[in-house]
Design a protein around this ligand. Structure first.
Ligand code: MLC
Ligand code: AMP
Length: 471
């Protein structure tokens, strides 16, 4: 896996490295050459499909399916494996996926799906598929807004390449690294950074299945990725944390790493965790550097080719250190939301910057600090971004629910938990939690449902979420 990559997967396309175990997920692995040949066999089956969906379990099938789609030049749509019918049908319909790449017996392979192309890891092919245009769509990733169903963020091959090359530079990430993590494979963190990253850089990958501390401890890697909940669980198991002393870099992202977790990890592992900041729509834009300072509460500096600014509520510039909305621009940005020009327009300023909706400060040394989100209707739980509106809609689909309001409340392990306030007729908390878990991805289910007589409303009849805790 040598040479300068000219396209997203060129290293994989050119490799002759057939040493076993380059890409491991759980207890199964493939060499680089095996991965390319298995994924090429998938690409051969796609017959020019423009968009293909992959039920994104944490499995080698997902890696081969995604890489097969990318080799064929298709846009890949990962489907959260536990997405209930509401979310799954929306993703399949909205994305226009023409085929579903699925392992035999995979949950998504049913009558309502697009035609299924079976994923068989034993197959091999050496077809040379033409190199897709760097401007072509690589991934459509579904992400929550404050209201409504998730939106498909369209990410080009060159945006992903720009992000990964920026991270390789910032983190001194090389083919000598071994990356370990246990993140889901349907989001930027686990899929783009955690799978396409090693493929582009040429480093080996150990996906540990579920992100249990003892599995991280046993992985023997040089780099580890995790969301703060994972790091906090590792810090709470000192033996597991100490096993990471031999690593080179512990990377945290997707939500703010609490300062006590930073300190505990630094003490137990001997490494100050490196924090980076990103979004589905922008990929990772800001990161601490391997050779730079790592201060708790800060997420570093813009990646090469990325610019940031902090503005006031009118979009006006703010002096260094002032708090305001973070806006970004550069080569890592998405191409827009699929089928949603309205939502798309709302995210861009007239002068071409992307509004992150995150409140931040930038110190005189350029260090970025993410203070929180501008919208209370976006909840950050376990590193997942969850739209309150989507959970409210799911609750309201239950016949016993008359009104619902969903907020994020502090949670020691998850950062925030989804808490629902419900006005209902004869419904029980556990029933509503299960109902949401069945209709949406399980991580979107409320961890707590408070049954109340009425929701606090203002004179216009709008729910006053800030007053919910007084109910
Ligand atoms: C629980 N489960 C239920 C259920 N209750 N299923 C159905 N009905 C119910 N009532 C099941 C779940 O499906 C799951 O099954 C298991 O129980 C545990 O689920 P959980 O409660 O969600 O696990 P938990 O331990 O709370 O999760 C913590 C976590 C997780 C940290 C492991 O939150 C996580 O993986 N977070 C990562 C999020 C992430 O990758 N974000 C990146 C976004 S990209 P099973 O089968 O799964 O075990 C981004 C950009 C950037 O933000 O900057 O990175
Ligand atoms: P998503 O689009 O699901 O990837 O979620 C993106 C959001 O995660 C951002 O808008 C931030 O609010 C949050 N986020 C990502 N990384 C960090 C970080 N290092 N610190 C604080 N928040 C973060």
């Amino acid at each position: 896996m040598k040479g300068v990559p000219v396209s997203l997967l060129s290293r994989l396309a050119e490799t002759t490295d057939d040493r076993p175990g380059a890409v491991r997920v759980g207890d199964r692995s493939l060499s680089w050459v095996e991965l390319r040949r298995a994924a090429t066999a998938v690409a051969d089956d796609l017959r020019g499909a423009a968009r293909v969906a992959v039920p994104a379990t944490a499995s080698l099938e997902t890696v081969v399916g995604v890489v097969g789609g990318l080799l064929a030049g298709a846009a890949v749509v990962p489907v959260p494996p536990d997405a209930g019918p509401m979310e799954r049908d929306h993703i399949l319909r909205d994305s226009g996926a023409e085929l579903l790449l699925a392992a035999p017996g995979a949950p998504d392979a049913d009558a309502a799906s697009p035609p299924v192309v079976p994923l068989d890891l034993a197959r091999r092919s050496d077809t040379r598929h033409p190199e897709p245009d760097p401007a072509a769509t690589a991934l459509i990733l579904y992400t929550s807004g404050t209201t409504g169903a998730p939106k498909g963020a369209v990410l080009s091959r060159r945006a992903i390449a720009a992000c990964l090359d920026g991270l390789a530079d910032a983190w001194a990430w090389t083919p000598d690294d071994v990356l370990a993590h246990g993140l889901p494979l349907f989001h930027v963190h686990g899929l783009v950074l955690g799978v396409l990253g090693p493929l582009r850089v040429g480093s080996r990958l150990r996906h540990v299945g579920r992100p249990h501390p003892e599995r991280y401890a046993a992985a023997g890697a040089s780099m580890y990725f995790g969301v703060p909940t994972i790091w906090s669980r590792i810090a709470a198991q000192p033996a597991a944390a100490r096993a990471l002393r031999g690593a080179r870099l512990l990377v945290s992202g997707s939500a703010a790493l609490p300062e006590p977790v930073f300190a505990a990890l630094a003490g137990l592992t001997g490494h100050r965790p490196l924090e980076r900041y990103g979004m589905t729509e922008t990929l990772v834009t800001v990161s601490a550097r391997a050779d730079g300072p790592r201060r708790p509460g800060t997420v570093g500096v813009p990646l090469p080719g990325v610019r940031t600014r902090v503005v006031d509520e009118h979009g006006g510039p703010l002096p260094a250190g002032a708090m305001g909305e973070l806006q970004v621009r550069g080569g890592t940005l998405f191409d827009g939301y699929l089928n949603r020009p309205d939502a798309d327009a709302a995210t861009r300023t007239a002068d071409g910057w992307f509004r992150t909706g995150d409140v931040a400060t930038v110190g005189p040394d350029g260090a970025h600090r993410i203070v929180g989100r501008a919208a209370t209707d976006l909840i950050s739980s376990g590193g997942y971004r969850i739209g309150a509106g989507e959970v409210e809609d799911a609750l309201l689909a239950h016949p016993g629910v008359r009104e619902a309001a969903v907020v994020g409340t502090p949670h020691p392990d998850l950062g925030q938990q989804v808490t629902a306030y419900v006005v209902g007729d004869g419904v029980a908390e556990a029933e509503l939690i299960d109902f949401v878990a069945r209709h949406l991805s399980a991580h979107k289910r409320p961890r707590q449902v408070r049954l109340v007589g009425a929701l606090p409303r203002n004179a216009m009849g709008k729910v006053q979420k800030s007053r919910l805790t007084e109910v």
